[in-house]
Design a protein around this ligand. Structure first.
Ligand SMILES: Cc1cc2nc3c(=O)[nH]c(=O)nc-3n(C[C@H](O)[C@H](O)[C@H](O)COP(=O)(O)OP(=O)(O)OC[C@H]3O[C@@H](n4cnc5c(N)ncnc54)[C@H](O)[C@@H]3O)c2cc1C
Length: 392
């Protein structure tokens, strides 16, 4: 047995004994408080077992694992249908890895142990007029002695209403190229002048917050890197999870095929409908193809190659296949679920088809919209010329 295989067995056995039985059902129609309690408990369990921070350095629980083992953990989490750490995702990847690369010793020792204890982070990058074109951001920070005074607005901050800290991009210089005047700050979300408003989605969920900042005082000691050097640091944040999330999501989608088959089995009309069956087979084949592409991308990553173009391609296909898959589930499962109440989830994961179908649309925007991914594929994979996009 290879060491990879014995590690896989170890992870699998551990998950078998620790994934809370019936967690999905207990989260359906659960309150926000119940969701947070579930996330906190699962985070504590994973940190204790060394599976939450395998991508951190050796000095951390379970840290310093080779990429191959990190991949195994992600795959096995998906196969065991373990809850995802939605509330701590930004903390464990975006915040932690950006701090590790760019933080001072003081910043690292203040926040990294706190993250393991459950400190929640959000990402305050997007603004109402700065999403795909992030460098256009206008939230302004002015230096006054040992503090920055910050004014502006952030939007679409995932679970930002629960966060203790925010990774905040601000403008400190308006002259010159827009990328060159951005600074990266670590903001305590309880600072005076910070107002967070949850945003209600069509699912009824409130998965995002908008964050209003009025004369918020942020100590200069909370700056990451140099003033006006924030753009480069933000690239670390944006690429921090290195394809592992999409790997896990694709694996979850692969495993969720059984749920679709079960829904079909319970619906006589659907199971005898040739057209429906053809569409289902088409989606299953696409899921297989997606997994093969992810596998190829991971091999490239392990060989130290650039995966930016491949990651865009995979993300683009994932968004399309997921939407189709959730739509089939919704047709097979019917709209009865609409009455059963929703839970916080993310694509096909709640077991509630109506919710999952509505929620699947988020993947066409999150982490860069489909159109932006197509641009990247065109330029980086196909080598097509770069043209400036103009709204029609
Ligand atoms: C699930 C989810 C989670 C998110 N989490 C966070 C978070 O935690 N923190 C955070 O800061 N932000 C977050 N966002 C925001 C996200 O980064 C932005 O929504 C995204 O960058 C798109 O920006 P926008 O919404 O302003 O749309 P716009 O950039 O205004 O785009 C509008 C439309 O124009 C198209 N378009 C724009 N530029 C081009 C181009 N160059 N070529 C072709 N078409 C183009 C887009 O594809 C889109 O259809 C999240 C979004 C989602 C959906």
């Amino acid at each position: 047995m290879t060491s990879d295989m014995s590690f896989r067995n170890h992870v699998r056995d551990w998950l078998h004994g620790h994934v809370p039985a019936g967690w999905r059902e207990s989260m359906t129609a659960a309150t926000t408080e119940a969701f947070i309690a579930q996330q906190r408990e699962w985070m504590k369990t994973l940190v204790g077992a060394g599976f939450a921070t395998s991508h951190w350095g050796r000095e951390w629980p379970g840290g310093g694992r080779p990429l191959a083992e990190q991949i195994i953990i992600a795959e096995e989490m998906a196969r065991a249908d373990a809850p995802r750490l939605l509330l701590y995702f930004i903390s464990l990847y975006h915040a932690a890895l950006t701090l590790m690369e760019w933080g001072t010793e003081e910043q690292k020792s203040r926040h990294l142990p706190a993250i393991l204890q459950g400190e929640i982070w959000c990402q305050g990058f997007s603004e109402p007029n700065a999403g795909s074109d992030l460098a256009s951001l206008r939230t302004r920070a002015e230096r006054h002695g040992d503090n920055y005074i910050v004014n502006g607005q952030k939007i679409w901050s995932t679970l930002g209403q629960y966060a203790d800290y925010c990774l905040l991009l601000v403008r400190t210089d308006s002259a010159g190229p827009k990328q060159a005047g951005i600074t990266y700050l670590l903001m305590d979300t309880r600072s005076e002048g910070v107002v967070r408003r949850p945003l209600k989605q069509m699912t009824g969920d409130e998965e995002f917050a908008e964050i209003f900042l009025q004369d918020v005082k942020i100590p200069v000691g909370n700056r990451l890197g140099e003033e006006n050097a924030g753009w480069r640091i933000a690239q670390t944040t944006l690429t921090s999870e290195r394809g592992l999330t999409i790997l896990e999501l694709c694996e979850r989608l692969y495993c969720a095929r059984w749920r679709l088959l079960a829904a079909m089995g319970e619906n006589d009309g659907i199971v005898q409908d040739d057209q429906f069956r053809r569409e289902a087979v088409d989606v299953f084949v696409r899921i297989d193809a997606l997994r093969a592409l992810v596998g190829e991308m991971m091999i490239k990553l392990m060989a130290g190659k650039d995966i930016a173009g491949a990651a865009s391609f995979v993300k683009l296909l994932y968004a399309r296949v997921l939407r189709k898959f959730a739509a089939l589930g919704e047709r097979a499962g019917g709209s009865a679920h609409l009455l059963s109440g929703f839970t916080l989830g993310g694509g096909y994961e709640t077991g509630n088809w109506a919710f999952d179908f509505m929620n699947s649309y988020q993947w066409t925007i999150a982490g860069g919209s489909n159109e932006v991914q197509r641009n990247i594929v065109a330029e980086r994979v196909l080598g097509m010329p770069r043209e400036k996009w103009q709204p029609t």
